[in-house]
Every structure is written in structure tokens, then in C-alpha cells.
Design a protein around this ligand. Sequence first.
Ligand code: AMP
Length: 215
Amino acid sequence: MKIVLLGPPGAGKGTQAAMLMSRYDIPQISTGDMLRAAVQDQSPMGIKAKEYMDAGGLVPDEVVVGIVRERLQAEDCENGFILDGFPRTQPQADALKHVLAGLGKQLDSVVSLQVETEALVERLTGRRTCSACGKGFHLRYDPPAEDGRCNSCGGSLVQRDDDREETIRNRMQVYHQQTAPLEDYYRNEGLLAVVDGMGEIPAVQKAIVSVLQDC
Ligand code: AMP
């Protein structure tokens, strides 16, 4: 199963991709996670990417395409993958098609998660991550037992730099301008499935699995 999850920041792509990963036993490929790891490592690419990420903009296409091209060649992608946060521009979508064609593969489905803007802002501003083990929390929907502390390991909870309200608005605008047009792109390719992402996490997962069964 070779899947792309499309949707604005906060639509639940990461959460749903992680569930699909266990269900289908295929890797989740999150360009956001890979870029954050590069920032953490302070690699030259990470240092450059951080500027764009902190501003809520997009990291240049050639950088992101390079990371994904390499990742898709790994052995664990042989039976499929879930792309989460890639592609985000038309040149990225073109590059993806090209890379997959070179590997003798093509996408099975592009699932677009639909969530209202105000709900997205609420989801993102409340999001916290454990700085030690990476576990995710939400101040309203999944709060930690102790303020600012991870339930699993006791590590301190942090907010992503780009989850602050002013940066979020910019990320939304970038999404509408550069990524939303990919819905038409994939609709024209006969690959698009639109799923309501406003419901509870298990209900959204069920809806995604149901559209994937038909492809
Ligand atoms: P995410 O975790 O998917 O919300 O990504 C966090 C940030 O990483 C984005 O706001 C961008 O700055 C950058 N990023 C992630 N994926 C891409 C991509 N496909 N193209 C360009 N920038 C990206």
C-alpha cells in the first residue's frame, strides 16, 4: 500500500499515519519529523531548514525531495509506505511521481483529511511533546497527569516552535496557497479520497481504512 496523507497542519496526519503504519506494517515517512531530526543534529541541512520551519514557511523543494528520494529507496519501503507531510507543492508531487516511476512503483491512494480552520488552530496551540521520549499530548484532549511532565517518562513537555499562534496562521496560509491545489492534481489522476477529519481519532481511522479498501 503506497499512500499519501494530505491535509493542513493539525489535520491529524501524523496520528493517523502512525495507526496505519501498525495496521499495514509499512513505514510512516514524515518529512516534518525528518527535518526536525536534522535540526536537532545541527547538520548543515538542518541549520538551513530551521529558518524556514520557524517562520512557518516551506523548506525548499530540492532539499525535501532529496530526503524523500533517499528514504523511498530503503528496503522497508519495498511493500509500501505512508507519506505524511509530503508532497506539499506541485514540483514535489511531480518529483514523487518521477522517483516512484524510477522504482517501478506508483501511488495507490491520496487521502485528504478535511478539518475546519478554527479546530486546527485549537489542536495545534494545545499540542505538547515530551522532550525526552517524544510522546505527544494535548492540553485539552489528552492532558498529562502532572502539568508539563510526561506520563510515561517524566520528561518535560515542550511546544514546537512552529505551533505558536502567529506561526500557525502563516502555515495555514502556505497550505492554502501551495498544498491545497494538490487535491485537484491528485483528483485528476484518479487517486484522491476525501475524508472528514473532524471526528474522534478512531472514527477517522475507520473512514480512512474504508477508502483504502476500495483501492
Ligand atoms: P510538519 O511536521 O509536517 O507540520 O512540518 C513542519 C515543517 O517542516 C513545515 O512547516 C515546513 O517548514 C517543513 N516541511 C515539512 N514537510 C515539508 C515539505 N514536504 N516541503 C517543505 N517543507 C516541509
